[in-house]
Design a protein around this ligand. Structure first.
Ligand SMILES: Cc1cc2nc3c(=O)[nH]c(=O)nc-3n(C[C@H](O)[C@H](O)[C@H](O)COP(=O)(O)OP(=O)(O)OC[C@H]3O[C@@H](n4cnc5c(N)ncnc54)[C@H](O)[C@@H]3O)c2cc1C
Length: 460
């Protein structure tokens, strides 16, 4: 029987990953490298999710203080991007928001992810939308997909929901939470890149006006290449607002370096009051995001030093969505866990990134920080849905509160969570056990073997 005929009947796999964003790709890689037969399905024709489709970068942050606290496949991806000229690696954050930021080229990431998944033997089905979960009582046995060839079923021992919106978990009946206490989610942002930028001219402005930056830099020797992140330019922004040239509800100008000297990523549009899981809301938000891109491009050309010749080089395929649903898992991670740098015996990821909430309703960004140099941990139980078997969750939609999500959603963290989910799923598929039966210490040992950076053991 040909592969095409077999596929018409449906797919079978040991581990099925739904969603090929960074969490899903890393989950698939980890499971395949641990010996599982892995199928990854993705609704777009390329991988990378928010990092590529929504062009969200740079990644932040692999560090807490001076220490690198993210390793494993996440660091391997950065190393390989660097070798391909698609990333300069970890750079100091000029805005001092975090210790380091990691710019990358989303086009090179798209190619690299295909290469890495092929090397690991992961099978892919692209242009395949998850529609329904196939259940046997409270256990997920597979999924139904809408593909270019019509409906297809896929069966698996373990399914990993890496859709960021928790589509599989919701369809499987897992209890969900969304947004803050009133269901409001963080603002959405249409990311865009401007090319033909003269960063030296921008650096000259910053040298002359260090008070215009959110963090007061020692700007005397600042060069264009040092401007890895720009947050501020308050006078320029306020003048444009007063003149009625911009209507975007942001309090400052916010720009990031890409791997290229003459290009910057703009993370400034803001669409509020959106439920990204409501099709009419999402449509309105996509349109408003693009309107703001045009408005801001004009603003940069007219007002910001170094941008007079700037061109709109690229806009995201899809509006950047910071938050939708979260599963209720065996443990719900809280803001207090983060801010007190709590340790867990089954920790599978750690981060020093602050809680960073882009206002759901208007201008303003709320930041709450951990003690300097500290990290918090995420227990494996946050990946295990309460009450449903056959399923793990990786990435943005793990089990946290709204506030904790505002830190755990960052890309280095979701990649590490993907590695944990993939490693656990391979174990389950091989031994015929359920995700909730995976022992935390055993999983941690496997993750350490594979380079994941975890703190020393703590007593249960
Ligand atoms: C505007 C914005 C700014 C951000 N800023 C930063 C930053 O500066 N640094 C940083 O590190 N992080 C940042 N983040 C956070 C980070 O980018 C994301 O939280 C993270 O990339 C999410 O990864 P994920 O793999 O969980 O989800 P995603 O990358 O969203 O991947 C989900 C995948 O599932 C697929 N999918 C969804 N539904 C279906 C379906 N029904 N069927 C099949 N496939 C499906 C999607 O196409 C996608 O490929 C930002 C996010 C946003 C939106």
């Amino acid at each position: 029987m040909s592969a095409a005929t077999a596929a018409k009947r449906g797919y079978e796999a040991g581990v099925l990953v739904v969603g090929g964003g960074n969490a899903g790709c890393v989950a698939a890689l980890a499971a395949a490298r641990r010996g599982a037969d892995v199928l990854l399905v993705e609704r777009y024709g390329f991988l990378g999710g928010t990092a590529t489709a929504s062009m969200v970068g740079p990644w932040m942050t692999f560090h807490a203080g001076q220490r690198r606290v993210v390793g494993g496949i996440a660091q391997e991806i950065v190393d390989r991007l660097q070798r391909l000229g698609g990333s300069p690696g970890h750079l100091p954050d000029a805005s001092s928001y975090v210790p380091t930021i990691t710019p990358f080229d989303p086009e090179i990431l798209k190619a690299l992810l295909f290469e890495m998944l092929s090397e690991a033997g992961v099978r892919l089905v692209l242009h395949a939308w998850f529609l329904e979960a196939a259940m046997e009582e409270a256990c997920v046995r597979g999924v139904r997909l809408a593909t270019v060839g019509g409906l297809r079923d896929a069966q698996a021992r373990i399914v990993i929901d890496a859709t960021a919106d928790a589509h599989v978990a919701a369809a499987a009946g897992v209890t969900m939470q969304q947004g803050d206490e009133r269901g409001r989610v963080q603002a959405c942002t249409m990311i865009f890149r401007l090319s033909h930028v003269d960063r030296e001219a921008l650096a000259a402005y910053v040298r002359a006006h260090p008070d215009q930056m959110r963090t007061h830099l020692d700007a005397r020797a600042l060069r264009g290449a040092d401007l890895t992140a720009v947050a501020g330019l308050y006078e320029i922004w306020d003048q444009a607002r007063a003149a009625g040239e911009v209507s975007v509800p942001r309090e400052l100008v916010s720009l990031f370096a890409t791997p290229y000297d003459d290009e910057m990523t703009v993370n400034m549009t803001r669409v509020t009051g959106v439920d990204p899981l409501d099709p009419d809301d999402l449509t309105r938000a996509e349109m408003e995001g693009r309107r703001q891109v045009m408005e801001l491009t004009e603003f940069f050309r007219r007002r910001v030093p170094g941008f007079a010749q700037a061109r709109l080089a690229a806009t995201a395929v899809q509006l950047g969505v910071r938050e939708t649903r979260r599963i209720v898992g065996e443990y719900v991670l809280t803001a207090e866990d983060l801010l007190t740098a709590r340790r867990f015996p089954d920790a599978v990821a750690r981060s020093g990134y602050p809680i960073d909430i882009h206002s759901p309703t208007g201008a303003g960004t709320e930041t709450r920080r951990l003690p300097p140099g500290e990290t918090y941990e995420i227990p494996y139980r946050c990946l295990v849905p309460r009450g449903v078997d056959g399923l793990l969750v990786a990435g943005r939609c793990i089990s946290t509160t709204h506030d904790a999500l505002a830190s755990t959603r960052l890309t280095p963290t979701v990649m590490t969570l993907g590695q944990a989910a993939g490693t656990a799923a391979a174990l389950c598929a091989r031994e015929g056990i359920q995700p909730r039966a995976v022992e935390g210490q055993r999983l941690r040992a496997l993750l350490r073997e594979d380079g994941v950076d975890l703190a020393q053991e703590v007593a249960g």
